[in-house]
Design a binder for this molecule. Sequence first.
Ligand code: PLP
Length: 406
Amino acid sequence: MYDVEKIRSEFPILSRQVNGKPLTYLDNGASAQKPAVVIDAITRVYSEEYANVHRGLHYLSNLATEKYESVRGVIGRFLNAGDEDTIVLNSGTTEGINLVAYSWAMPRFEPGDEIVLSVMEHHANIVPWHFLRERQGAVLKWVETAPDGSLDPQAVIDAIGPKTKLVAVTQCSNVLGTIVDVKAITRGAHAKGVPVLVDGSQGAVHMPVDVQDIGCDFYAITGHKLYGPSGSGAIYIKPERMAEMRPFIGGGDMIKEVTRDTVIYNDPPMKFEAGTPGIVQTIGLGVALEYMMDIGMENIAAHERSLCQYAMERFKGLNWLNIQGHAPDRAAIFSFTMNSAAHAHDISTILDKKGVAVRAGQHCAAPLMDHLGVAATCRASFGLYNTKEEVDTLIDALELAHELFA
Ligand code: PLP
């Protein structure tokens, strides 16, 4: 049985009050809260086990290195990556996608070569490709979402032409909650000889992920949404693609030998991990992923599915609330506006007075906002510790905002 109350008790922040009300934290799409096991692990490393990694020969350095390096295997298991050397550790998805842009794409893109993107990508999966457009004449080819906010895999595959060098899509929209069939997209893209990058920032939080089953070439995750520390993350890279990549950031750790005139790089994946990494953040991420796997990704997905259904039922009763996106396959991430002229920022301020934390704005997805024809939305995004009672609290707070702005 999914014991949500036990899970809640494991997140210290969830017992605090905000503005004199119990906290209803519905901003998980931006960043998730951390369980005590993660907070304790961070404290333990800094109080008892801390040293730099990979370079010392003393006891603490070896201990820290062992703990840090073991996380590669944990992430490998979490994503079912097979070989843990397919995992490049980093600070999050933004760094992961920039690595692919600089290391893999830049050397192969000629002017006129295309990247196929969906219109609902996060800026982290747009701006690195704009760099390629500005600097090398790459063309960004956009695939629209259907009116219900779903993304037809065939539309993505059909957008691939002879000049397409990469498809880069999210597995789950951070605005609409839409879940994308990245396996079908990968199959179709590979049939045309085109590699696929999947932005797993939201997808990996809400469902079991098997990168070998998806078959994608790159899969990026970000630790702070996975109940781990900010500044942690990783990208899975297929060995064939990793072999094609040149190093991006140069410095210590990513080299075997440096002379005045030459440099010999370390073997992958360390070739792509320069400088002192986020040691403690990464160790914390390992603990967070173990925590999620202990609960079970299928169990988390089922819990969130029932929250999603309940929320959708309750939203139906609010005819002044416009939920953006009704894709049949979706996560419990809801963006909305109200019929009144109330701005998303004002709505979120009212909700905050009731202790309900949501995000308001463009959600780093300006092309999607354009496509939807809205300036901004409020977003309530649920996580593994949220409850149906919190859906009710959200609805009560929305009704209050509606009355105030009507
Ligand atoms: N992609 C998606 C879909 C996201 O939701 C986010 C974060 O909001 C990112 C990428 C960027 O993640 P980070 O800022 O942790 O690098």
